[in-house]
Design a protein around this ligand. Structure first.
Ligand SMILES: Cc1cc2nc3c(=O)[nH]c(=O)nc-3n(C[C@H](O)[C@H](O)[C@H](O)COP(=O)(O)OP(=O)(O)OC[C@H]3O[C@@H](n4cnc5c(N)ncnc54)[C@H](O)[C@@H]3O)c2cc1C
Length: 424
């Protein structure tokens, strides 16, 4: 046992925070006192919620992973509390226990801090969303969509994103500016919903219009892949509206956009803006929106004892879980080096983002995207078939069984396999 090991506090225990905590323990072993704070003692496996919804199963029953026992097994202290403020100069965070209203605030001090708090999915900034909008980003919204689909009258369906406002302060030149936070989910949902319509005798893809605030949907997947996707979508009969700029309002009858365009829609599925938590705004470690600024080792330049991984990090664009996974590997190694558990030669590669995405398109089929052309690279793989669907299911199984720590070989091996398997 190391006497009085440095305290590492990880804020957030979802995709980025859970995987990071497990990797810190793996690399730094007992050389750290690891404290993990999340308002919820569980993780919602968001990417697969749509599969449960379209199969009319309750995501509350199948998509929640209990995280407290995982931290207990690893010897971490898990605090189920709301983080309410962060003071980088005094190295303290203020928290309020989240299991009982009325709990008193307290402070937790740290030697190293990792911000893995994700972002607010700002449905509350879309006028009319509460009454007329739908989503698959949580179990609550998933179940609401299940109810909406049961009473669906066969009208038009609109699926797309509100405008994402990326921070530009200290943005490196190699990182492009995205106008939508995460556009894999609308593509996936549109294809799977078209299959659902056919299966339920309620129509086909021609009922559905995809919309995007940008000139091109899913631009981060690269032009070649999007061109192929749009050709396929147009053959299937989907409508497509680009350059909407932003969503202004949802009504019972449709969606109004900032561009002046509008769409008639009975069901309105919207991915909102990803907005940083308000207490991160205005800190010297944040950009002008509140995303945490880091270098390619996920370390903040003004406070090198602070790291950020996942959706909370400014370098995570688009907001994809697979990017947070890569960053968790990097930050865990940095912390292990800083506390002297491993040598500086163990740093591993720096952050080089690439888009990796498995989508469900209904009928036990899926798509696979592996691309880095948006960041100036040359990888561009797009496949359709049964294998990507199986991989999507298998990843969730592996994630739950390993408690958020898929074996290191699992992730690269999957991509190697997928890149070389023939598609349809
Ligand atoms: C519909 C949909 C489908 C998606 N599909 C995919 C996909 O197929 N592949 C993919 O790679 N990505 C996908 N994504 C993106 C992916 O879900 C996110 O990138 C990922 O969840 C980010 O992980 P994170 O840990 O950074 O943040 P989050 O998952 O948002 O987790 C943040 C954690 O912090 C906690 N927290 C937040 N605020 C506080 C606070 N103040 N105090 C205490 N705790 C707090 C939360 O409880 C949560 O546990 C999808 C997103 C959506 C919306």
């Amino acid at each position: 046992m190391v006497a009085n090991p440095p305290r590492v506090v990880v804020l957030g225990s979802s995709f980025a925070g859970l995987t990071l905590s497990r990797l810190i323990r793996q690399h730094a072993r007992d050389a750290v006192d690891l404290v993990v704070i999340d308002r919820n003692p569980y993780l919602t496996f968001v990417p697969n919620v749509q599969m449960e919804v379209l199969a009319d199963r309750d995501p509350l029953e199948s998509m929640l992973l209990d995280t407290a026992p995982i931290h207990a097994r690893d010897g971490n202290t898990f605090l189920n509390a709301e983080v309410v403020s962060l003071e980088p100069d005094s190295r303290r965070v203020k928290i309020v226990p989240s299991d009982r209203p009325g709990s008193a605030p307290e402070t937790v001090s740290y030697d190293f801090l990792v911000v893995a708090l994700g972002a607010r999915l700002a449905y509350d900034r879309i006028d009319g969303f509460g009454e007329h909008g739908d989503a698959v980003s949580s179990a609550f919204y998933g179940n609401r969509l299940r109810r909406r689909l049961r009473s669906y009258r066969g009208g038009p369906i609109a699926i797309g994103s509100a405008r994402f406002h990326q921070g530009l302060k200290d943005k490196p030149e190699w990182l492009p500016v995205g106008l939508a936070a995460c556009e894999g989910p609308p593509l996936e949902l549109a294809l799977a919903l078209a299959h659902w319509l056919g299966q339920h005798g309620k129509g086909d893809a021609s009922r559905i219009t995809l919309f995007t605030p940008a000139a091109m949907i899913a631009e981060d997947a690269g032009e070649e892949i999007v061109r192929r996707f749009l050709e396929m979508a147009s053959r299937m009969g989907f409508g497509y509206l680009s350059n909407t700029q932003d969503v202004v309002r949802l009504t019972a009858d449709g969606i109004e956009f900032q561009s002046g365009a509008s769409l008639e829609a009975e069901i309105k599925l919207v991915l909102p803006d990803w907005v940083p938590h308000p207490f991160l705004e205005g800190l010297e470690i944040s950009d002008e929106r509140g995303f945490i600024v880091t270098d390619r080792r996920m370390r903040n330049p003004t406070h090198p004892e602070i790291f950020a991984v996942g959706d909370a990090a400014a370098l995570t664009v688009p907001k994809l879980g697979s990017l947070g996974h890569q960053q968790a590997e990097i930050a865990a190694r940095q912390i292990a080096i800083d506390v002297g558990a491993v040598g500086s030669g163990e740093a591993g590669p720096e952050y080089r983002p690439e888009i990796l995405c498995f989508g469900d398109i209904g009928g036990h089929r899926g798509f696979y995207i592996h691309s880095d052309t948006w960041y100036g690279g040359s990888t561009s793989v797009f496949k359709l078939g049964h294998a990507p669907y199986a991989m999507k299911l298998a990843f969730k199984e592996m994630y739950f069984r390993t408690g958020g720590r898929p074996p290191a070989f699992g992730v690269p091996a999957t991509h190697l396999l997928m890149d070389h398997l023939p598609g349809e």
